[in-house]
Design a protein around this ligand. Structure first.
Ligand code: NCD
Ligand code: ZN
Ligand code: ZN
Length: 432
């Protein structure tokens, strides 16, 4: 990392709007914006009229440490995040040991600080061992050094309504958010792929949309009665959007995320038999994908979250039914959002800032992320070259694993620069 306390970004366009301006970053904050003469001793980075946005915030990432450092570590995952334009990520609790206590969550937090490429916020488990039976010590984790602000059993659904109700009640008292992996387990026993014609033809047990919709509906009702904040992970089904709209209209405090892969890919990928396309929830129909895009554009779905899920080759390069679900996402997220939302005219760059930075920061209440591009604000920033394209190669990504579903795909938009509190973390595709 460069230790320069002063840096001048020359000719960048905040939110991709208007004429280029210069941005002076000093002691980690935006000190001046305008046409500036570089003061002496200041590093100058030429922005070439590229787009300046607030650094991205990922509410859903799997860093696999502790326990599966052969798939990803906090260090390699942080590098992928910085290269993807992220300045904060939330690391899910399904590690080994599970992050269901403050010893583990504080380890993740401290290791993230040591690496220093992105703010790594540990997510605490809702239940002990992700078993869905007894609540974890949410209060201890919330009040520990890491200050855990999101709880999730992701990978598993908190299926017992009484346990979920208690978790929501506690979360209100603690001022934290419960994020639900919405999958009614009784409806997905043995499920391998989106329930539909394609899965049927291949003989795979289907994962019905109703397994997602029914849990989201139930949880919205529970959250309303508990006056709690609920966050819905990786929405994939069109019907879930209708449930969310209904709940929001009633004033229920529910937020939702969609992954880049559910904005782009469909169950047409099943025909490849390549388990790189296996993910939970599964890739769904073209109509679902179109519905996800519209819901993200109109705000029923609040934000994009990667569900970055690295897997080691021995867990992924097997036959479909035994392969682990999950795909890499941190370094490709922006490009997929540009491809699916910006290019078709569904979002402008202000919209990208909203769904990738501002809303996620608000949902978890991060005070220093997703802030306006204005003087006095923390310099958590990303510069994007919207005109450039690149070809995805799993072997060239910073993650330890290579399970990207976009292998060989040409995608728009390249992250030129990421700043964390004014320090360069990535520049032109390289970690600094
Ligand atoms: N998304 C996935 O397919 N897998 C995730 C778990 C999860 O997000 O449910 C994982 O941890 O690998
Ligand atoms: Zn999940
Ligand atoms: Zn996940």
């Amino acid at each position: 990392m460069t230790e320069n306390r002063n840096l001048l970004l020359r000719r960048v366009r905040p939110y991709g709007e208007g004429e280029p301006v210069d941005v002076l970053v000093s002691d980690g904050v935006i000190a001046e914006i305008g046409r500036l003469d570089p003061p002496g001793g200041v590093e100058v980075i030429e922005g070439e009229g590229r787009i300046l946005l607030p650094g991205f915030v990922d509410l859903h990432t799997h860093l696999r440490e502790p326990g599966r450092e052969d798939a990803e570590t906090i260090e390699t995952g942080s590098a992928a995040a910085a290269l993807g334009g992220y300045t904060a990520v939330f690391a899910m609790a399904n590690t080994d040991p599970v992050a269901d206590n403050a010893v583990v969550t504080d380890h993740v937090w401290r290791r993230g600080r040591e690496v220093g490429l992105v703010d790594v916020h540990p997510v605490g488990a809702v239940t002990v061992g992700l078993a869905g039976e007894r609540l974890a010590e949410m209060g201890t984790m919330a009040n520990s050094a890491a200050g855990v602000r999101m709880f999730s059993d992701d990978g598993h659904c908190v299926a017992d309504p009484l346990v979920m109700r208690r978790a929501l009640e506690y979360s209100t008292a603690l001022g934290v958010v419960v994020a639900q992996h919405a999958e009614e387990p009784r409806l997905t026993v043995g499920a391998q792929a989106h329930e539909g014609e394609r899965a049927a033809r291949l003989g795979y047990v289907g994962w019905p949309a109703s397994a997602e919709e029914s849990i989201v509906a139930r949880d919205c009702v529970l959250a309303r009665h508990a006056r709690a904040r609920l966050h819905v992970c990786h929405v994939s089904a069109a019907g879930t959007v209708e449930v969310l709209r209904w709940a929001k209209e009633q004033g229920t405090e529910v937020s939702a995320e969609v992954t880049p892969h559910h904005l782009l890919l469909t169950d047409e990928r099943l025909a490849t038999f390549d388990p790189v396309n296996k993910v939970n929830p599964p890739l769904r129909s073209e109509a679902d994908v179109q519905r996800m895009r519209r819901a993200l554009a109109d705000g029923v779905i609040d934000c994009v979250a990667t569900d970055h899920a690295p897997h080691a080759p021995q867990d992924k390069d097997t036959e479909w039914t035994t392969a682990r679900p999950g795909m890499l996402g941190l370094q490709t997220a922006l490009s997929v959002v540009v491809e699916t939302m910006v290019r078709p005219g569904l979002l402008d760059w202000r919209g990208v800032a909203r769904v990738m930075s501002e809303r996620p920061a608000e949902i978890v209440g991060l005070p220093d992320q997703g802030r306006p591009l204005a003087v006095g604000e923390p310099a958590n920033l990303v510069v994007v070259d919207a005109d450039a394209e690149w070809t995805v190669r799993g072997s060239e990504l910073a993650s330890r694993a290579t399970n990207t579903p976009y292998e060989g795909l040409r995608l728009p938009a390249v992250v030129s620069l990421t700043l964390l509190r004014g320090r360069v973390t990535s520049r032109e595709g390289k970690i600094v």
